[in-house]
Design a protein around this ligand. Structure first.
Ligand code: SF4
Length: 300
């Protein structure tokens, strides 16, 4: 995990303008109140103006990489699902090989996104600073904004990042309790944090992210999760098949849904190898043209 953590820190310290790092810009935006939660669309517009002015005062043209809000609104893969993200690795205390460099790049796709999109990492880092410094109310007020004024109905936590501390886990549960009409969901490898305090509102779905290296945790912690996911990576698939079979058996015995994800760069090879598991593979990974918003397997 350390080399990749070093890589994220290096990305934060890369210059976005002469003498200005991404980290400097994030802190400048934070200290000048550029992400104070708005209570109306008019306030939001003023906030965006402030963000632009701050960035342009640092260096002309820099506003192009400044995010407008902590939440992101969906993409081609997810459809109309809002997400709240944190810096990968830095907030993933239980990362497995997903957080280590591999030949052909890291498995964690959010690290790859952070490498080519400074705006993406800037948003994640801004979120992290505010969470740690301003606490629950900041997150709650922004969530209220996207739910009440932007109509968010499904919120995913952590395309990037993970549940990094118990206090943050309590925030997520509290948010879900305050918005019972909204579905919240997250995938996590932070099993001990969830298991230490597993009670949660029904509209918060939590998926256990297994792979070949943390698979043994299933028996200890699996009962605390809504669904079980398993990430299959290559090239040594055969060695993983017994673990996958065991995971499926456990899931069936305990009435849990199993969803299989595949290493994207080897997707076609893995599909060939996993024919017997076809019906458990995420439809997108299987090449079907469906958004998460339509599929809903992960959060229903
Ligand atoms: S199983 Fe469905 S909801 Fe889950 S990631 Fe795949 S497409 Fe999205």
């Amino acid at each position: 995990m350390l080399p990749l953590l070093y890589m994220i820190l290096r990305l934060l310290l890369r210059e976005v303008a002469p003498g200005i790092t991404l980290r400097d810009l994030a802190w400048r935006l934070y200290t000048e109140g550029a992400y104070a939660p708005p209570r109306s669309e008019a306030q939001f517009k003023m906030l965006v103006g402030l963000q632009r002015r701050i960035a342009e005062s640092v260096v002309r043209g820099l506003s192009r990489i400044v995010p407008r809000m902590p939440y992101s609104q969906g993409n081609r893969k997810t459809g109309n699902i809002w997400s709240f993200d944190l810096p990968p690795i830095l907030t993933c205390p239980y990362a497995t090989f997903c957080g280590r460099p591999q030949r052909g790049g890291p498995i964690c796709y959010d690290v790859n996104t952070a490498r080519y999109s400074p705006q993406h990492l800037l948003r994640e880092y801004i979120n992290y600073i505010h969470l740690v410094r301003q606490g629950y109310q900041w997150l709650a007020d922004w969530t209220k904004f996207v739910v009440e004024l932007r109509g968010a109905k499904i919120v995913r936590f952590h395309v990037g990042g993970d549940v990094f501390a118990d206090w943050y886990w309590q925030y997520i549960k509290r948010l879900a309790a305050e918005h019972p009409q909204v579905v919240f969901y997250l995938y996590t490898r932070s099993f001990p944090i969830v298991a230490a305090s597993p009670d949660r509102p029904k509209n918060l779905k939590v998926l256990m992210s297994l792979d070949a290296t943390n698979h043994a945790a299933l028996r200890t912690y699996g009962q605390h999760f809504d669904h079980i996911t398993y990430l299959v990576v290559g090239p040594n698939v055969d060695a993983q098949l017994p673990k996958l079979a065991e995971t499926l058996q456990w899931a069936q015995q305990h009435g849990k849904r199993l969803i299989i994800f595949l290493q994207h760069t080897r997707r076609l090879q893995l599909l060939q190898k996993l024919k017997a598991y076809e019906k458990y593979i995420c439809p997108q990974e299987a090449g079907k043209n469906v958004t998460c918003n339509k599929c809903r397997l992960c959060f229903t």
